[in-house]
Design a protein around this ligand. Structure first.
Ligand code: AMP
Ligand code: MG
Length: 408
C-alpha cells in the first residue's frame, strides 16, 4: 500500500501532455495555449481619442480660455483628412482618430461650443486623452504565451489581433467501463441486489467538467473474458476509467484483465479512505485507472488522481483542486494509518470557514458528496480530528466558495 502523496506523484509522473490542435477562438475557453501567439498588427491601429471632445494643438492653450475654430467633425469610424492648423480644432468622439497636427484632446466638459468655434476653459496637460497607436498591442508582441489558460480577455485579445483560430492542447478521450453483474441501465427498475450504473454518469460528468471527452461503454458483467474484451476496446482512448472489481474479492477481475492486456501496474491500494483499492497502470502513453465501485470512492479517486492527470494531458501546469483551511465544527473519528477524506459542508464562521462533517461517511452514500460538499483532509497518523482545529479542505465544487455578498 502506498501513501496518497506517493500515489499522486506516480500518476503525475506517468502522465504525458497531449499534442496541439487548432480551434476557433470561442472554443479555446479554459484550454491551454500550445504555442505563443505573436501579433502582426498594432492595436489600436492609429492614435485615437479616449474622450468625446476636441483635438487641438497644445501650444494653442498657453492661455485659457482659448477660442479655436472647428474645422471638421469626426465621428468614430470616420477619418478626416483635415489637419489641425494653429488656432483650429477638430470635434471628435471616443475612438476617433487624432487628426494630423493635433497632439491633445480637450474633453467636451471643459469647453463651450458656439457658432463654429469652441472655447476651451481648462487646458489639460500636453498629450492628454490620446491613446497611442499600439498602446494595447504592438506588432511583434507575444499576446498569448504558451501555457496560458485561455480566458475571456485572451479570447478578446486574439480577436482584436485578427486571429479567428488558435492552437491549444488536445482534450483527452476518456473511456468509462463499469463492471458489475449487479448493474442495470438507468431505464431499468433495479430488482433486489441490483443497482443502477450511476458511476458511469458521475464519472462522465466529472470527466467533462475536467475538460475531457467521456466515452461511456456498456455495462460489463463480472466475467473475466467480458472484462478483458471491454477494457481492450477502451484502450483506444487516452485514458481508461474502470469502476468496480478492483478489491480483493473473488469477482475482482479488473486487475487480471489489465495484466492480460499488457497494462503495466504502477500501484494498487493506497493508504486512504475512501478509495483504498485504487489501481493505476500504463499502457504506453495511455493511462488506466481501476477505480473502486463504491460511488463515493470512485468520485473521490477521480478528484484526487484522475482529474490532475486529465489536466496535465491538456497542458495545465496547476493540476490540483483548490484547498483552504477550515475549522472543524465537531470532532471526527478516523482510522489510523490512512489519509481520510471527510465529506464536509463549508459555512462562513467568525474567523474564516467552518467545516461540518456530513452525517454519513459511508463510501456508498453519494448524496454526502452532492450539493457543494468538500473534502476535509485527515492526516494518516491521527485517530481523531479535534473540534476547533484547522484542517485543509479540498474544494471540489467551485460553488462551495462562491460568495453570497460581494467584497466591496
Ligand atoms: P466493487 O468495487 O465492485 O466491489 O463494488 C463496490 C460497491 O459499489 C458495490 O456495492 C457495488 O454494487 C457498487 N458499485 C459498483 N459499480 C457501481 C456502479 N457502476 N454504479 C453504482 N454502484 C456501483
Ligand atoms: Mg463489483
Amino acid at each position: 500500500m502506498i501513501s496518497v502523496a506517493d500515489a499522486l506523484a506516480r500518476v503525475c509522473e506517468a502522465t504525458p501532455v497531449l499534442g496541439p490542435e487548432r480551434v476557433p477562438i470561442a472554443a479555446a475557453l479554459g484550454r491551454v495555449a500550445a504555442e505563443d501567439v505573436v501579433a502582426t498588427r498594432a492595436v489600436p491601429a492609429a492614435a485615437n481619442s479616449a474622450m468625446d471632445g476636441f483635438a487641438v494643438r497644445h501650444a494653442d492653450l498657453s492661455t485659457v480660455p482659448a477660442t479655436l475654430r472647428i474645422v471638421a467633425v469626426e465621428p468614430a469610424g470616420t477619418v478626416v483628412a483635415t489637419a489641425v492648423a494653429p488656432g483650429m480644432a477638430v470635434k471628435l468622439f471616443t475612438g476617433s482618430v487624432i487628426p494630423p497636427g493635433a497632439d491633445t484632446v480637450v474633453r467636451v466638459e471643459d469647453t463651450a461650443e458656439r457658432d463654429g468655434t469652441v472655447a476651451v476653459r481648462v487646458a489639460p496637460p500636453a498629450g492628454a486623452n490620446v491613446r497611442n497607436a499600439g498602446e494595447d498591442i504592438r506588432p511583434g508582441q507575444v499576446v498569448i504565451v504558451r501555457g496560458t489558460v485561455v480566458g475571456p480577455a485572451d479570447i478578446g485579445v486574439l480577436a482584436s489581433a485578427g486571429r479567428a483560430t488558435t492552437v491549444v492542447h488536445q482534450r483527452p478521450r476518456v473511456a468509462i467501463v463499469s463492471t458489475g453483474s449487479e448493474l442495470v441501465e438507468i431505464e431499468e427498475e433495479p430488482g433486489p441486489g441490483q443497482v443502477v450504473n450511476s458511476n458511469a454518469y458521475t464519472l462522465a460528468a466529472a470527466v467533462a467538467e475536467a475538460g475531457g471527452e467521456p466515452v461511456v461503454l456498456p455495462i460489463v458483467p463480472d466475467r473475466a473474458e467480458d472484462v478483458r474484451a471491454h477494457v481492450a476496446r477502451a484502450l483506444a482512448a487516452d485514458v481508461v476509467l474502470t469502476s468496480g472489481g478492483v478489491s480483493v474479492g473473488d469477482l475482482d477481475l479488473v486487475k487480471d484483465a489489465l495484466a492480460a492486456l499488457g497494462v503495466v501496474q504502477v500501484f494498487w491500494q493506497v493508504a486512504q479512505k475512501p478509495g483504498r483499492p485504487l489501481a493505476f497502470g500504463v499502457a504506453g502513453e495511455r493511462l488506466v485507472f481501476g477505480l473502486p465501485g463504491n460511488p463515493v470512492s470512485a468520485l473521490v479517486c477521480f478528484y484526487l488522481y484522475v482529474r490532475p492527470a486529465l489536466r496535465r494531458l491538456q497542458g495545465h501546469a496547476r493540476l490540483h483542486l483548490p484547498a483552504l483551511e477550515a475549522r472543524l465544527a465537531t470532532a471526527v473519528r478516523k482510522a489510523r494509518g490512512l489519509t481520510e477524506f471527510v465529506r464536509v459542508r463549508l459555512a462562513d464562521g467568525p474567523d474564516g470557514p467552518v467545516a461540518t462533517a456530513l452525517p454519513s461517511q459511508s463510501s456508498g452514500v453519494l448524496t454526502a458528496l452532492g450539493s457543494g460538499a468538500a473534502l476535509l483532509v485527515g492526516p494518516p497518523d491521527m485517530t481523531e480530528l479535534a473540534a476547533g482545529n484547522r484542517y485543509p479542505v479540498i474544494v471540489v465544487a467551485p460553488d462551495a466558495v462562491a460568495r453570497a455578498a460581494p467584497p466591496f
